[in-house]
Design a protein around this ligand. Structure first.
Ligand code: LLP
Length: 427
């Protein structure tokens, strides 16, 4: 939301450029990302956690080579969860030892490549994977640093599809019934892996610190169990990502320094009580870094008032560039940005151009009653999980990502063309 700043007269500008000019130069729909804001958020996380902790940006939120270079320059590490994300990271020069590799079903090819290039850690998600990674690493004559991902049994208060620490879901190994302790036992026996710590990620778009605190407490509990059983103190814990951002004015996000303070306090206290050395903490924010830094710019096409219901405002994109509204019932806001209007606010639903009625970008919003074809409207806070989850549904051409900084704009991911689409169609 911060990235769309009101201009004195007429339209709105971002990073010192009028949006009308951006639309003219780059077309719509398009994502515009404020590079300065992105870097500032990286720095805020880095500084909040300090030199004795590590911040891994979760690349799934949005990843491109420019983003990798910014992360590198700002001193962040990177969490990848597929061979494609790993390839992007490496091709932009991220040092492999600053990469963490995630996923509940990494392929043998992905594991081999990660081990060969020397990623800093692989996060193991199942008993099978403990054996598989150890076997592959041993075959390559390497000893791979790993963490074990556990589920701590916390019900995170977020959408079911993005909550990950309760037990009935696909990620991690349960702390319950001694399963995680058994995973540690097995990992410690294998030569191909070096167990450096325990990982927990409780979910996404979370505002309440209580879930993180319970997770931290339980993870430290496991460290104590491991010390008691094996006489070793695992040196690291990772508490995942998941910090919520403001999509609408109802959301009240925590700041990185609040998270850092709460996590350091709880981990410190629990370790002291268990006479453990405090482990090195890492976190993996994705949305909280990139989400607020971008907005999507659309051009209004048709405006259809439905008597007694609402007005449908159709734009030139839709669920192919933002699936979150359809998938999670996510809430967004929208603003008219190409001109000033004194018309009264009118209840609208902003919809896309796809062939299905669930193709909604903003479910309930107000726009000036004179909104019309050709107007530019912006949906803020679309930096995370929008371009990265974009699809070619109805053979839509995925929009570009344009980075704006100091009055200059440059494309960091270009718009797809029909040629791009047809290149894959070899039948
Ligand atoms: N670490 C792990 C192990 C994760 O699985 C995730 C997100 C993150 C970090 C980053 O979470 P964040 O800080 O961005 O909340 N597509 C959904 C979100 C799925 C998140 C999956 N994992 C959405 O659009 O809301």
């Amino acid at each position: 939301a911060q990235t769309v700043a009101r201009a004195g007269d007429g339209g709105v500008s971002v990073g010192g450029i009028e949006v009308a000019r951006l639309a003219e130069e780059f077309g719509t729909p398009a994502y515009f990302l404020d590079e300065e804001d992105f870097r500032a958020r990286c720095a805020a996380w880095r500084d909040a956690f300090g030199p004795d902790a590590d911040v891994f940006y979760a690349g799934k939120a949005f990843l491109s080579r420019a983003v990798v270079r910014w992360l590198d320059e700002e001193g962040l590490n990177l969490d990848v969860c597929s061979g494609g994300e790993l390839a992007t990271a490496l091709s932009a020069g991220m040092p492999a030892e600053r990469i963490a590799f995630h996923g509940n079903n990494k392929t043998e090819e992905e594991i081999s490549r990660a081990v060969q290039v020397g990623v800093g850690r692989i996060v193991l998600d199942s008993f099978q994977e403990i054996a598989r990674v150890a076997h592959i690493a041993e075959g390559l004559g390497k000893r791979q640093r790993v963490q074990i991902r556990v589920t701590v049994g916390v019900e995170a208060h977020t959408h079911e599809f993005i909550a990950t620490a309760h037990e009935d879901q696909k990620f991690g190994i349960a702390l319950a019934d001694g399963q995680a302790a058994e995973a540690v036992r097995r990992a410690l026996k294998l030569d191909g892996i070096e167990l450096i710590g325990i990982h927990s990620h409780i979910g996404s778009q979370i505002f309440d610190m209580a879930g993180f605190e319970v997770a931290a407490r339980r993870v430290v509990g496991l460290l104590a169990e491991v010390r008691d059983e094996h006489g070793i103190e695992l040196p690291e814990i990772d508490l995942g990502g998941g910090l919520g951002i403001a999509y609408t004015s109802d959301d009240d996000p925590r700041e990185p320094h609040e998270i850092a303070k709460a996590l350091n306090e709880i981990v410190g206290r629990e370790c002291e009580a268990a006479s453990l050395r405090t482990p090195r903490i890492s976190v993996e924010p994705g949305r909280a870094i990139v989400g607020p830094t971008a907005f999507t710019l659309y051009t209004v096409g048709t405006v259809k008032p439905l008597e007694g219901l609402r007005t449908y405002v159709s734009v030139d994109g839709g669920m192919s560039d933002n699936i979150r509204t359809a998938l999670y019932d996510a809430e967004y806001t929208v603003a008219l940005v190409s001109r000033r209007s004194d018309a009264a606010p009118m209840l609208v639903r902003v919809v896309g151009k796809h062939c299905e009625s669930g193709d909604i970008v903003v479910k309930d919003a107000f726009l000036p009653a004179d909104v019309a074809a050709g107007d530019l409207i912006a949906v803020p806070a679309t930096g995370a999980y929008c371009r990265s989850m974009a699809s070619n549904y109805n053979h839509a051409l995925r929009p570009p990502v344009v980075a704006v900084r100091d009055g200059a704009a440059r494309v960091i991911v270009r718009r797809e063309t029909e040629e791009d689409l047809l290149r894959l169609d070899v039948g």
